[in-house]
Design a protein around this ligand. Structure first.
Ligand code: ADP
Ligand code: ADP
Length: 226
């Protein structure tokens, strides 16, 4: 687990769009931080820079006690979950969960242990032998989260992970996400344009507008403020 600090982060895309503008934000070790704001305000860009999927134009990004601006994604010890969970269709749930660890050379016993734990936490035990095509949307999204969990990363980044699910499923997945975070206590940054999601999930919520930080506070205090 690790603290993540954004220090004067800018992103200027080729063509000159300033997608993120002087962003300062400290996400405490174990905190669940939500980035919220209208479409185009720079949420995804900010998250992608933290993941290392997008170059940082200016400023410093700290993860733990390192400045990671120039580190490749695989060296940042961060796991990211996207809205379109790309599972391997020819593999079972169990194989999907184990695949990343296998690539990293994790031992068989350790893989078995971590996959078992993740499946238990996410309620996936009955589906381990199924392939993704035989799962519901919510179950697939749980597998995508499971793949992130088994890596035991320093931080989780999630970009609108529930936006492809129907309203009822979103509510139950919100509850699962909260429980999961309570259990794992991993530093989490969660991007959404949904204010209810932001308010129910976040320890704190950062409100972005036009690439700038407008407010950052607990849901309670944001809700109470005029
Ligand atoms: P959000 O996630 O809040 O919807 P984005 O980070 O996707 O916002 O986009 C922020 C701004 O940057 C928008 O104006 C968007 O059009 C622009 N943008 C995003 N990605 C690119 C890109 N690859 N090239 C150029 N402009 C981009
Ligand atoms: P979302 O809103 O779900 O994040 P978008 O449709 O905004 O997705 O963006 C999808 C992809 O297109 C992303 O990789 C983003 O970086 C890229 N993109 C977004 N806006 C622009 C833009 N103005 N120019 C070039 N690429 C863009």
């Amino acid at each position: 687990m690790a603290e993540i600090v954004l220090e004067g982060i800018d992103k200027v895309y080729a063509g000159g769009v300033k997608a993120v503008d002087g962003l300062n934000l400290r996400i405490a070790d174990g905190e669940f931080m939500v980035l919220v704001g209208p479409s185009g305000c720079g949420k995804s860009t900010a998250l992608r820079m933290i993941a290392g999927l997008e170059d940082i134009s200016d400023g410093k990004l700290h993860i733990g006690d390192r400045v990671v601006n120039d580190l490749a994604p695989k060296d940042r010890d961060i796991a990211m979950v996207f809205q379109n969970y790309a599972l391997y269709p020819h593999m079972t749930v169990e194989q999907n969960l184990a695949f990343g660890l296998k690539l990293r050379g994790t031992s068989k016993d350790e893989i078995k242990k971590r996959v078992g734990e993740a499946a238990r936490m996410l309620g996936l035990e009955p589906y381990l032998k199924r392939k993704p095509a035989a799962l519901s949307g919510g179950q697939r999204q749980r597998v995508a989260m499971g793949r992130a969990i088994v890596r035991e990363p320093q931080a989780f980044l999630m970009d609108e992970p529930l936006s492809n699910l129907d309203a009822k499923l979103r509510v139950s997945m919100r509850a699962s996400l909260s429980q999961l975070h309570d259990r794992l206590g991993v530093t989490t940054i969660y991007v959404t344009h949904d204010q209810i999601e932001a308010m129910t999930l976040g320890d704190r919520v950062a409100v972005l507008r036009d690439g700038k930080l407008q407010q950052v506070d607990t849901p309670q205090r944001l809700f109470d403020s005029p």
